[in-house]
Every structure is written in structure tokens, then in C-alpha cells.
Design a protein around this ligand. Structure first.
Ligand code: 6LW
Length: 511
């Protein structure tokens, strides 16, 4: 038996879907307004995952212009059949449901094959008779939401049968995130109910026919942390199942970690967790720990794990292409980004971080107590221009610490955008001959007050000086204007200037 720590993929990685090919596991996530879209991870042991690329890497696959925060790409499903990988998902900001295919999961992936079906959370099931079925959310004639199913031609996207509501779920609100499986002559339909917040849960039904009628598992929900008030892991649901070569079954799901201050808030987004599953003699699945996700769990992993990788991230920008961890907001203008020879140079136009296409690129914050540090040099900061670091949740919620050029002087400034309010909250005048500074944004706990804040610091001489601090609540999902689904990125940006960034470090501050 091996022990692992949940989440297995940390930071904003929601709506996981998994498949296995031989002894290799692949996992994809939703990506909303961020580009490239649908990150794809690879693992051999289900616990250590490597980002190998993205499924949507071209604007033709993923048009995001004007996409609102947390719109864009919703939940995907990944499946493998006859030598081809399939990923099906929804662009709620343009086009709806579509699938892409690839023989190599690291890409390139195909152009979209569009499917004429409303709703979200599409999934594919390849049956023994070579028929392929689609299931996803849909509405009946009275507008009631359920899980709809139909036969699909995955080559053309053509619908080959009538559409049928397979289930309305077991009674929880928002039946969604469905997946079909086939075992011992039964079709199993697993789905999320209760909504992706603190009432989230996973249920399962089965039938001898893919069209139903489906009977509900007697111990539904098979997964939920809704009764685990004191568990730091909450909101578990939106799961997918996978069998390993030894016949052991595994479930990945989304979950959130409550702030270290104990508040039921989360800034890291919905993350990906792992648990084991056993099937009872009656043919029903049981997730470990009575269907709850715990911070530490154990199980017969397919490959023994001696230690779980917890990789911080650093980039000295020596490669001529950006590391796949770097993520843009909506479709980037690639000519504004130059990397290689030891620096990332941003050619910022007038677009700011709250605009549609900022000159910004970031990596996910993956731990609560974690900082981002970078050296930024910007020469022509004399007009209203800025370049620096951002703790970026969305265009409507971000905290920024940057070099500011104003009226011929140079400052280190901090500004905060929280919903409709944006203001500069601190400024330090710099010597006119100082063109390069080391900036740091650090999310950390105040040992005395127990407050969990983002700190904004600049290195002057040989030490970091605090410029400002702001509560983490302003970057938590619960503190945003609308229903949002993402998490904080630490990124670099430039507005109305050329800025050079070197030695980017994302470091978990171990107490
Ligand atoms: C996802 C759906 C959901 O597609 O949120 O709350 C959507 N449930 O399952 C975005 O994560």
C-alpha cells in the first residue's frame, strides 16, 4: 500500500477527467478564459503528474475574445479508443460542445468537431459494439435539467439517435459531470449533483441498457465531504473513474482546500484529488474512507510511491519557447512576448490587467503559503506605464505590485482590483537611476493575528521591504462578483512599456 497527499494536482485544476492507456494515465481539466486551453497531464503512478501540453493551442480551436471571467472552456472528458485520444468539452463563450482528437496526447490536437447539443459537461462512451454514446447536461421538454444521452458519430459530430433524458439524478440540484462505464453487463452512469460548492456530491446509477431505466445506488452519494465540517478539504465531486492494470479502481475528483485561517473561502481554485474505489458483491462501488476525501490517503497504487513530488517552479527564460505552465488570459498577441537568452521581454501596449487582452502571463499558485519573486527592468517608464507582478484571479479580481512611471519619476506601486473597485494603495519613490528591482508577492499567514494576506515587497539593498498587504479574501472564489470557477495565478505583466523579466521563482514558504 502507498500513501499520498491530496490534492494530487495542486492549485486551480478543476473538473478532472482521466483515462488509462497501458500503464500510462492521462488527465485533463477545464480552463475557462485562459489560454492555451484544457491542460493535459501524464502519470505512471496516479500521484505524480507532469504537464505535457494542452489540447487547445490555436485560436481556431479556442476563440476567447470578449470571454467573461470563468466563461470559456467548461468541463472536459478524455477517452482513448482504437489508437486515438478524444477530448470533448464546451466553449460556453462560443460554439458550445465540441471534440478534438490526437494520436499523441502531447499534441497537436485536431480542429474542433462541433456537436449540435446544448448544455455542458459532455462525455463519451465507446461501447463493445463500436457504437459511441454522448452524455452531458440537457433539459427535457419542460426545461427540467437532467442528463441527456444519444448515439454520436465522433468523426463528423452527427447525432445518430433520438436524444433521451437518462436521469434527473438522485434529487440533488444541478445534475452534471456525467460519465458512462460498462461492467459485468451493466451500464453505470456516474454524475455530480448539488452544485460545485459545499453541497457537492457524486452519485451513480446502473442499467442493463444504455437507454435505462437506471436504478440508483443504494448508498448514494458515493462521494461527498458535505458532512465533513472540520475537514479542510471540501466541495468534492465532479469525478471520473479508472481501472488500473491490476484491476484496482480509482477515482479522481475536484475539491477545494479551506484557507489556512479556517475560513470557508478558497483562493487556489478547485484542485484535483484521488481516492480508491472497490466494487461490492452486489456490483456497487464504494469510495474509500466512507466516500470522503482526506488530506492523506492510502491505497494499492499501480506503482509504489516513496515520496510525492512537490515541485516549486522557477524559470530563467533560457528557452526560446515558454514552459507549458505559463498561461495567458484569453487569446494572446504572441508578438508581445519574447523569451530566450535569459529574459522574458514583454512589449506592453495600453491594455491593462482588467482589459480583454492584457500583456500578462502567469503560473498557477499551488500552495497557500507561497511567493512569486522576479527581477523586472523597465527603462522607458516615464509615461503612465507599469511592469511587474500580479496575483491574478481574474480581470475583476487581482492584486498587483509593479514599477510605475509617472510624471518623470519611478515608483514601486501596489494596486488592488476587487470586483468594481480598483485603487493604488501604496507607492514608494525610487531613485531616478534605478531601472531594475526585485519584486515579491507572498501569500502568508500572520503568526500573531492569524490573518492570511498577500504581501507586496521590493528588495532594496540586501533585504525585502514591505510596500503593502491585502487580505486573501479579495482573491477568493467566494469574493468574486459572479459565479466563478478559477484560482489565483502569479504572473508578470507590462502596460505601455517594454519590460524585461529575469529569474522568476515560485517558492513555497515552509514555516
Ligand atoms: C462544470 C460543471 C460545474 O462544467 O461547473 O458546478 C462547471 N459545476 O460541472 C465549471 O467548472
Amino acid at each position: 500500500m502507498s500513501v499520498w497527499e491530496n490534492p494530487i494536482i495542486r492549485g486551480y485544476h478543476p473538473d478532472p477527467s482521466i483515462c488509462r492507456v497501458g500503464e500510462d494515465y492521462y488527465l485533463v481539466h477545464s480552463s475557462f478564459e485562459f489560454f492555451p486551453g484544457v491542460p493535459i497531464y501524464h502519470s505512471k503512478n496516479l500521484v505524480d503528474w507532469e504537464l505535457i501540453g494542452h489540447c487547445l493551442t490555436r485560436k481556431g480551436q479556442l476563440p476567447l475574445t470578449g470571454c467573461r471571467p470563468s466563461a470559456g472552456i467548461y468541463a472536459p472528458t478524455i477517452r482513448y479508443h482504437d489508437g486515438l485520444f478524444y477530448v470533448i468539452t464546451t466553449n460556453v463563450s462560443g460554439g458550445g460542445n465540441f471534440l478534438v482528437t490526437a494520436s499523441d496526447p502531447a499534441g497537436e490536437w485536431s480542429d474542433p468537431v462541433w456537436i449540435d447539443q446544448e448544455g455542458i459537461d459532455p462525455s463519451l462512451f465507446f461501447d463493445d459494439d463500436q457504437k459511441v454514446y454522448y452524455c452531458g447536461t440537457g433539459e427535457d421538454a419542460n426545461g427540467k435539467q437532467g442528463i441527456v444521452g444519444f448515439e454520436l458519430d465522433v468523426k463528423t459530430g452527427r447525432i445518430l439517435s433520438k436524444k433521451k433524458i437518462l436521469t434527473y439524478g438522485s434529487g440533488g440540484r444541478f445534475p452534471e459531470g456525467p460519465h458512462l462505464y460498462k461492467l459485468n453487463g451493466y451500464y453505470y452512469l456516474m454524475l455530480a449533483e448539488g452544485g460545485t460548492e459545499y453541497g457537492h456530491m457524486e452519485t451513480i446509477l446502473r442499467s442493463r441498457s444504455v437507454w435505462g431505466p437506471y436504478e440508483s445506488c443504494p448508498h448514494n452519494p458515493i462521494l461527498s465531504n458535505r458532512d465533513e465540517m472540520y475537514n479542510n478539504i471540501q466541495c468534492t465531486g465532479h469525478a471520473d473513474l479508472c481501472e488500473d492494470p491490476q484491476g484496482n479502481w480509482w477515482m479522481v475528483c475536484l475539491a477545494v482546500r479551506k484557507l489556512p485561517s479556517g475560513q470557508m473561502l478558497h483562493n487556489l481554485g478547485r484542485e484535483t484529488c484521488l481516492t480508491s474505489v472497490i466494487w461490492d458483491d452486489a456490483g456497487w462501488p464504494h469510495a474509500a474512507m466512507n466516500g470522503t476525501i482526506q488530506p492523506k490517503m492510502e491505497g494499492p497504487l499501480p506503482v509504489a510511491v516513496s515520496f510525492q513530488q512537490t515541485a516549486d517552479f522557477c524559470d530563467s527564460f533560457t528557452q526560446t519557447t515558454l514552459h507549458p505552465e505559463w498561461t495567458f488570459v484569453r487569446n494572446p498577441v504572441f508578438s508581445r512576448y519574447e523569451t530566450g537568452s535569459g529574459a522574458l521581454v514583454l512589449h506592453g501596449n495600453c491594455a491593462d490587467l482588467s482589459d480583454d487582452t492584457p500583456t500578462f502571463v502567469g503560473v498557477r499558485q499551488t500552495e497557500f503559503v507561497q511567493s512569486a519573486t522576479v527581477t523586472v527592468s523597465a527603462c522607458d517608464l516615464l509615461r503612465a506605464s507599469k511592469a511587474g507582478l500580479s496575483a491574478f484571479y481574474s480581470a475583476e479580481n487581482h492584486y498587483d505590485c509593479y514599477l510605475l512611471g509617472e510624471n518623470g519619476h519611478r515608483y514601486v506601486a501596489v494596486s488592488r482590483r476587487v470586483m468594481d473597485n480598483e485603487s493604488v494603495t501604496a507607492k514608494i519613490l525610487l531613485p531616478d537611476d534605478l531601472f531594475s528591482v526585485i519584486l515579491r508577492i507572498a501569500a502568508r499567514m500572520d503568526a500573531k493575528s492569524g490573518a492570511y494576506d498577500y504581501w507586496f515587497e521590493v528588495k532594496l539593498g540586501d533585504r525585502f521591504v514591505a510596500v503593502d498587504r491585502a487580505t486573501a479574501a479579495g482573491l477568493c472564489t467566494e469574493g468574486t462578483k459572479t459565479m466563478t470557477f478559477t484560482g489565483v495565478f502569479y504572473g508578470v505583466f507590462a502596460v505601455s512599456c517594454d519590460a524585461s523579466f529575469t529569474d522568476f521563482r515560485l517558492e513555497t514558504e515552509r514555516s
